[in-house]
Design a protein around this ligand. Structure first.
Ligand SMILES: [Zn+2]
Length: 333
C-alpha cells in the first residue's frame, strides 16, 4: 500500500514537472521570438536613420556648393562691372583732357596767316545776312564774285564809277546779285555841297549802271552812310534833307549794322575783318559793310571764313531789294 501511494505521488510530481518544463519552454520560445522581432525592428530603424542623415548630409553639401558657386558668379560680375567702370572713367578723363586742350587752343590768338573759321559758333538762326560791297567795281570784284558763287551766296554791290572795270557790273547782275548805287565820283566836297549836286552825281552812276546792265536801280547808299558828319563841312543839315528827298524820289537807302572794318585802312588784316563780322546785332536783318575797291585784298582773303561763320551759325543770305528790311543809322547832320 505504501509503495503504491509513493508511486502515485511520484507520477503526479513527474507530470507536474513535465508540465512546468513544457510551460517554461513555450514561454521561452514566445519570448525569444518577440525579442528577435524587436531587434530586427531596431536594426531597420537604425538603418533608416543612417540613410536619412546621409541624405541630409549630401543635401547640405549640395546647398553649400550651390551657394559657393553663386558667390563666385557674383564676384565675377562685380569684377566685370568694376573693370567696365574703370574703362568709362578712363574715357571721361581722356575727353576732359581733350576739351581742356581745345579750350586752350580757342582762347589763344591765331598764329596762322590764312584765317580759319573757329569751331565755336553762335546760334544766329533766323537771321538773314546781307553782304554789301561798296566802292567797286575793281580787280577785286571778279575775285569776290567767284567766292560768292562757290558758296552759293547772293550779295549787293553799291557801285561807283570804276572806269574800265565797269564791265564787271554786268557780271554782278548775271551772278544774281543786286546792283545798287553809291556815287559816281565819291567826292564828298562835291556831292554834299548841295542837294542839286548830290542828285546830279546819283543820276550819273544810275546811267552808267543802266548802260552796263540794263538795270535801273533804286537802291542807294550814301557815301559815308546817312550818319556821316563830314557833310556838315559842306552843307549844314544836308543829310537830314537828303534822307527825306531820296525817299520822295523813289529810292530806298540802306546803311549797315555790321562793320567789317575794311574801310579803316588798306592794311587791315583778314583776321580783324573776320572778328569784326562776328559782332552781330540783335536785329534779324544783318547788313554787313565791306568794300571791293582795288586795295581791299584782305577783304577777299577774309570772305570765305566770314561766309562760313554765318553759315555755321545758321544764317541765311540774301541780296537787298526794295522790300528788304531797311537798316538806317541816326542822321547826325
Ligand atoms: Zn564808299
Amino acid at each position: 500500500m505504501q509503495v503504491v501511494k509513493q508511486n502515485k505521488i511520484l507520477r503526479v510530481m513527474l507530470a507536474v514537472f513535465a508540465a512546468v518544463i513544457i510551460v517554461l519552454s513555450v514561454a521561452l520560445t514566445v519570448f525569444s521570438v518577440k525579442n528577435n522581432r524587436l531587434s530586427e525592428n531596431g536594426a531597420q530603424a537604425g538603418e533608416a536613420y543612417e540613410s536619412l542623415s546621409e541624405a541630409l548630409g549630401s543635401e547640405q553639401s549640395a546647398r553649400a556648393q550651390e551657394a559657393s558657386s553663386y558667390q563666385a558668379q557674383i564676384d565675377a560680375q562685380n569684377k566685370a562691372h568694376q573693370s567696365e567702370k574703370d574703362a568709362l572713367e578712363q574715357t571721361i578723363a581722356d575727353l576732359n583732357r581733350q576739351i581742356s586742350i581745345k579750350r586752350a587752343a580757342t582762347t589763344q590768338p591765331p598764329v596762322t596767316q590764312s584765317p580759319a573759321v573757329q569751331t565755336g559758333t553762335a546760334d544766329l538762326s533766323g537771321k538773314t545776312v546781307y553782304l554789301t560791297f561798296d566802292d567797286g567795281p575793281s580787280p577785286r570784284t571778279p575775285e569776290i564774285l567767284k567766292i560768292l558763287d562757290q558758296y552759293g551766296v547772293k550779295a549787293t554791290f553799291f557801285v561807283i564809277n570804276g572806269g574800265k572795270y565797269n564791265q564787271y557790273m554786268k557780271d554782278i547782275v548775271n551772278g544774281g546779285h543786286s546792283i545798287a548805287l553809291h556815287s559816281y565820283s565819291h567826292n564828298y566836297s562835291n556831292i554834299y555841297a548841295s542837294e542839286e549836286n548830290y542828285f546830279a552825281d546819283l543820276q550819273k552812276i544810275s546811267d552808267v549802271v543802266y548802260e552796263q546792265t540794263g538795270v535801273r536801280s533804286n537802291l542807294i547808299r550814301f557815301p559815308g552812310g546817312s550818319s556821316n558828319t563830314v557833310s556838315r563841312k559842306y552843307s549844314k543839315g544836308i543829310m537830314t534833307r537828303l534822307t527825306k528827298e531820296v525817299a520822295a524820289r523813289g529810292y530806298v537807302y540802306f546803311d549797315w549794322n555790321v562793320e567789317s572794318g575794311d574801310a579803316a585802312g588798306n592794311r587791315v588784316s583778314a583776321q580783324t575783318i573776320i572778328n569784326n563780322c562776328r559782332k552781330v546785332p540783335r536785329n534779324n536783318a544783318v547788313i554787313v559793310l565791306m568794300h571791293d575797291a582795288s586795295p581791299k585784298k584782305s577783304t577777299v582773303e577774309a570772305l570765305p571764313a566770314v561766309i562760313e561763320y554765318y553759315k555755321k551759325a545758321g544764317c541765311k543770305f540774301a541780296a537787298l531789294t526794295t522790300s528788304s528790311p531797311v537798316v538806317h543809322q541816326r542822321v547826325l547832320n
